[in-house]
Design a protein around this ligand. Structure first.
Ligand code: DX5
Ligand code: ZN
Length: 216
């Protein structure tokens, strides 16, 4: 499967969300990555439902919604109604992860689980077959523009082995500090989806930058 590219709109110009969404529509990007933060699970607040609604109005590609919030269960139906295709919750924010994933799927979305950099892959052993996408955080969640944590390569390989052993169809997504410098190595290790925020939106030509990632 060709690698999927999911630009993170956290790095977009919030005063020009329509323009930036249309740029992504025109580009080779596969998904729109949307970072929702609550100021509790992570030490930052990004945007919530109204901004997602505004983006969804213009986006012609699947919305990959990454919830960096506590108690995600209470908003699952709302994010389905807003048009999320993939809904990712944090392992560290869920007491009953199995139930949460079933609820996401019953609302018609793909179920994602994100792991913080300190969380080992082994916590997914008993649940991997129920997970459509594992989002490996390659920075500490909360902010764009941070440096990539090198230990991620080992985690990708360990996760790929687990997915193969369990004969699961789970995709591996990498989120944080992704650029053309680490994309190749991530893909070789087993990554299926690359999220890139500042590398794409900070570029002089984001469309070309996305095309460059897609070619790797
Ligand atoms: C971090 C977010 C990321 C972030 C990535 O908490 O989950 O999706 O937007 O941004 P860059 O690519 O700039 O690290
Ligand atoms: Zn994210």
């Amino acid at each position: 499967m060709p690698t999927l590219i999911a630009p993170s709109l956290l790095a977009a110009d919030f005063a020009n969300l329509q323009r930036d969404s249309e740029m992504l529509n025109k580009s080779e990007a596969d998904w729109f990555h949307i970072d929702i933060m609550d100021g509790v699970f992570v030490p930052n607040i990004s945007f919530g439902m109204p901004a997602l609604k505004a983006i969804a109005k213009h986006a012609t590609k699947p919305l990959d919604v990454h919830l960096m919030i506590v108690n995600p269960d209470q908003y699952i139906e709302t994010f389905a109604e807003l048009g999320s295709a993939v809904l990712t919750v944090h392992y560290e924010a869920c007491d009953h992860l199995h139930r949460t994933l079933q609820k996401i799927k019953s609302c018609g979305m793909k179920a994602g689980v994100a792991l913080n950099p300190h969380t080992p892959i082994t916590v997914l052993e008993s649940i991997i077959k129920d997970v459509d996408v594992v989002c490996l955080m390659s920075v500490n969640p909360g902010f764009g523009g941070q440096s990539f944590i090198e230990e991620t390569y080992t985690k990708v390989r360990t996760l790929k082995t687990l997915i193969r052993e369990k004969e699961s169809a789970t995709l591996i997504e990498i989120d944080g500090g992704v650029t053309n410098k680490n994309a190749k190595q991530l893909i070789n290790a087993g990554a299926d989806v690359l999220v890139a925020g500042s590398y794409v939106f900070g570029a002089e030509d984001p469309i070309q930058t996305i095309a460059g990632l897609k070619e790797i």
